[in-house]
Design a protein around this ligand. Structure first.
Ligand SMILES: *Cc1c(COP(=O)(O)O)cnc(C)c1O
Length: 379
């Protein structure tokens, strides 16, 4: 029995909606399906304005343009994240300043942010790892005190909340991913959540090749022209049609994943009690979306050996980020603020377990037994 790390979940109506878009000959962006997705996301998150993009990376790049990042501007973020968090700002000449993470959530340590601030700091980018929120109240108050912008990298955070607020809707801007590996998917895809309404007009221009075409479509102007710097960040209707089938099922998808997550959490409790590993910790006030189930191996075990043994048994367990501060481009473009103690330690100990809709209890039991044996066999 081999158990892959991920299997994309289809709601069942994807091809039906794609056929409908095809039938109506509406294939370019911002057609009826894109509008449905925008509306659903706005209603569901409480964000003032949501714009679909072709990826979360694209939404982060739009943020960088919206905040007019200039060469030398500094952007505070964790090192324990995906490359796009940093790349989106590096593209504009920004300098990522890496801050250590918390040991409990693997999210940016909000207590270390203030000491990383310099006169060049422009933006803080909290990443909600595994769909579990950063300590946003503290981060918001730091941003207010220092007049900084917040872009939430909520790529993994669709359907998660912090004190009742949807992730991605809390900072000035937020970004979701609908990549095949996330919870709600369209193959490649994403969106920008614009929570500060004063940014909406400019965001529409940036997304539509630097033109005011969105205003033109609404009948607000009688022709559209080149207004500012921009690019093409919008997905075509076929992608939006696919995404619509997923958003309709987003509640169900989340519920189903949470059941799987809870099952792992129960099965792994004895292993935690034996000191073999640590399970995820969800702080009070955070409702998560079961994007990921990970464990942190105790120090004395070799993660690589455990992973190899699991692989030999056909289990698709994998590690996660190589911290950006230790990667070639991270060294070239960014700098570190303070020590990277938790970042280095957690990155070396993390193991992500298979979690996808359709995974059976027997399979979950097998994953846990294999993990236990791999650890105990003196890895
Ligand atoms: C997946 C992910 C991204 C990138 O999303 P894309 O839609 O593939 O561009 C960015 N940041 C984080 C934290 C992610 O997990």
């Amino acid at each position: 029995m081999t158990i892959p790390f991920n299997k994309p979940h289809m709601s069942g109506k994807e091809l039906y909606y794609i056929a409908d878009a095809h039938f109506h000959n509406i294939l370019a962006g911002d057609g009826p399906y894109t509008k449905k997705c925008h509306q659903w996301l706005e209603t569901h998150t409480g964000s003032a304005k949501v714009l679909l993009t072709h990826s979360c990376t694209a939404a982060l790049e739009m943020s960088s343009l919206l905040f007019n990042i200039q060469p030398g501007d500094e952007i505070i973020m964790p090192s324990y994240t995906f490359v796009s968090t940093a790349n989106a700002f590096v593209l504009r000449g920004g300098v990522p300043v890496f801050v250590d993470i918390r040991e409990d959530t693997l999210n940016i340590d909000e207590q270390l942010i203030e000491q990383a601030i310099t006169p060049r700091t422009k933006v803080i980018v909290p990443i909600h790892y595994a769909g579990v929120s950063c300590e946003m109240d503290t981060i918001l108050s730091i941003a207010v005190r220092h007049n900084l912008k917040i872009v939430e990298d909520a790529a993994q955070g669709v359907m998660s909340t912090y004190k009742g607020r949807s992730l991605g809707s809390i900072g000035h801007l937020g970004a979701y991913s609908f990549h095949e590996t996330k919870n709600v998917i369209s193959g490649e895809g994403g969106c920008l959540l614009i929570n500060d309404p004063s940014l909406t007009h400019q965001a529409e221009i940036i997304r539509e090749k630097g033109t005011n075409r969105s205003q033109f479509f609404r009948g607000h102007v009688d022709k559209y022209t080149w207004q500012d710097v921009g690019s093409s960040f919008l997905p075509g209707e076929l992608i939006s049609a696919f995404l619509w089938a997923q958003l309709e099922e987003a509640e169900q998808i989340t519920k189903h994943r949470l059941d799987l997550w809870d099952e792992y959490h129960q099965l792994l409790e004895p292993l935690e009690n034996q000191g073999l590993l640590r399970r995820p910790i969800i702080p009070d006030g955070c409702l998560h979306n079961a994007h990921m189930y990970y464990v942190l191996l105790s120090n004395e075990f070799s993660r690589d050996k455990v992973l190899q043994k699991m692989k030999d048994e056909g289990i698709g367990a994998i590690f996660h980020y190589i911290p950006l501060h230790s990667a070639p481009a991270g060294k070239k473009f960014g700098r570190v603020s303070g020590e990277m103690k938790n970042t280095n330690s957690c990155a070396e100990r993390v193991i992500r377990l298979p979690l996808w809709i359709g995974l059976s209890q027997t399979q979950q039991q097998k994953v846990v037994t294999t993990l236990e044996n791999a650890i105990k066999n003196k890895s």
